[in-house]
Design a protein around this ligand. Structure first.
Ligand code: NAD
Length: 420
């Protein structure tokens, strides 16, 4: 049987758990998802027909608080993928020490071939279907691949209609006019920037003049391009699912942003060599930012990655085999559970602001985000040093982040006890 991304997530968990003193019962608890909800629901399409869609909401673990995780709309969504993403959310929220567990949702659909009205109908019906397990103190969704602030607004409105009041805390990533947080749009990329800067600082280096290649030019990838460029790096390659461009002298990020606004593919950027999404990963650069989908850096291409640092803006872009190859080659992989945690961290700030009905300025959001991301990086780095002292250089950054997270979730589970 073909290995799924859920198998990968469990393999990563078990390998890291081996480095802890967790007993087998706790490993068994943490290696499973607590709840998997599958829903099938009808949606009225513009031509008057009715189509039945399948969607999921999975909650991996609630030991440290309500569950949290995005919703993805894509033809490729599977229950196993959503399970893996939910588990990764548990480790991510624990790495950055915010009081949440992990969840994720998805609907099998092709949003690029649906009208706005059809997308709204689908969102509202999916929100209603999963409302039996979501709620501001239970499970709080957010945007992910192909979902955005408008979709979160429909989600919030739908659940508010059911509650009879404006239930802003039920979802994050909303537009600022209706309870969203300033700084949420670029939070994932900003978090990537802060951890990359920390990793360089540890080596006595800065971002100034470093070359960057980015796979994926959506929310995470496009803001990463502009933030890394503004911080002094040179963006030399970008792509989206249709292709992209490489130019060793650097790309004009404002021009890339304009192409994106015009809904044009990055492959249309005029000055440079065409690259496809796989080739992008192998371009010469100091820093590679996978910001698209899972399973991109594998044993088939890991030995051709030229970057010295990989910053995982995407979830699950690197397989365990590729992790080993990159580690042996001295390439630092800043793992997804740390590197892209800026998104969920500002989502947490949004939720705190909604519950308190008191909103922060942008400067405060950035300051608090930097504090959380820097502390998480340093905790991971200290754990890496401890583990390498015990087991040698085969231990990588991902394992250190996992061990940190697993121990925090295990401790919460032990303190709460097993009910009844
Ligand atoms: P998005 O839908 O805004 O953008 C996805 C981008 O990836 C698009 O440019 C798309 O064309 C491109 N893409 C899709 N498949 C590709 C492929 N095979 N090769 C190259 N490019 C491809 O999604 P996003 O929100 O930017 O999410 C991207 C990744 O970041 C996902 O793994 C997501 O889980 C992760 N992430 C996002 C957030 C967030 O706040 N948005 C937070 C944490 C993690």
């Amino acid at each position: 049987m073909e290995r799924t991304i859920w198998d990968v997530a469990r393999q990563q968990f078990f390998e890291a758990a081996e480095l802890t003193d967790l007993d087998d019962d706790l490993k068994e608890i943490l290696s499973q998802c607590n709840r998997d909800l599958t829903v099938r629901f009808p949606v009225c399409m513009d031509d008057g027909s009715i189509r039945v869609f399948e969607g999921y909401r999975v909650q991996h673990n609630q030991a440290r608080g309500p569950t949290k995780g995005g919703i993805r709309f894509s033809p490729e969504v599977t229950l196993d993928e959503v399970r893996a993403l939910a588990m990764w959310m548990t480790w991510k929220t624990a790495v950055v020490k915010i009081p949440y567990g992990g969840a994720k949702g998805g609907v099998i659909c092709d949003p690029h071939n649906m009208s706005l009205g059809e997308l709204e109908n689908l969102t509202r019906r999916y929100a209603t279907e999963i409302s039996i397990i979501v709620g501001r103190e239970k499970d709080i969704p957010a945007p992910d691949v192909n979902t955005n602030p408008q979709i979160m607004a429909w989600f919030m409105d739908t659940l508010s209609m059911r509650s009879g009041f404006s239930d802003t805390g039920v979802v994050t990533g909303k537009p600022v006019e209706i309870g969203g947080s300033l700084g949420r749009l670029d939070a994932t990329s900003r978090g990537c920037l802060y951890v990359a800067e920390e990793a360089l600082r540890e080596r006595g280096e800065t971002l100034e003049g470093k070359t960057v290649a980015i796979q994926g030019f959506g929310n995470a990838g496009s803001f990463a391009a502009s933030l890394f460029a503004r911080a002094g790096a040179r963006v030399v390659a970008v792509c989206d699912s249709q292709g992209g461009v490489y130019n060793s002298s650097g790309l004009d990020v404002d021009r890339l942003m304009r192409l994106k606004q015009e809904s044009t593919t990055m492959a249309e950027y005029p000055d440079g060599d065409r690259v496809d999404p796989k080739q992008l990963l192998e371009q010469p650069c100091d820093i590679l930012i996978p910001a698209a989908v899972e399973d991109q850096i594998t044993e088939a291409n890991a030995d051709r990655i030229q970057a010295r640092i990989v910053v995982e803006a995407a979830n699950g872009p690197t397989t365990p085999e590729a992790d080993r190859i990159l580690n042996e080659r001295g390439v630092t992989v800043l793992p997804d559970v740390l590197a892209n945690a800026g998104g969920v961290t500002v989502s947490y700030f949004e939720w705190v602001q909604d519950l308190g009905s008191f909103f922060w300025d942008e400067e405060r959001v950035y300051r608090e985000l930097k504090r959380v991301m820097t502390a998480a990086y340093r905790d991971m780095s200290a754990e890496l040093a401890r583990l390498q002292g015990l087991h040698g250089p085969r231990i990588n950054h991902r394992q250190a982040a996992y061990v940190l997270a697993i121990q925090r979730v295990a401790r919460a589970t032990q303190l709460r006890g097993i009910y009844p």
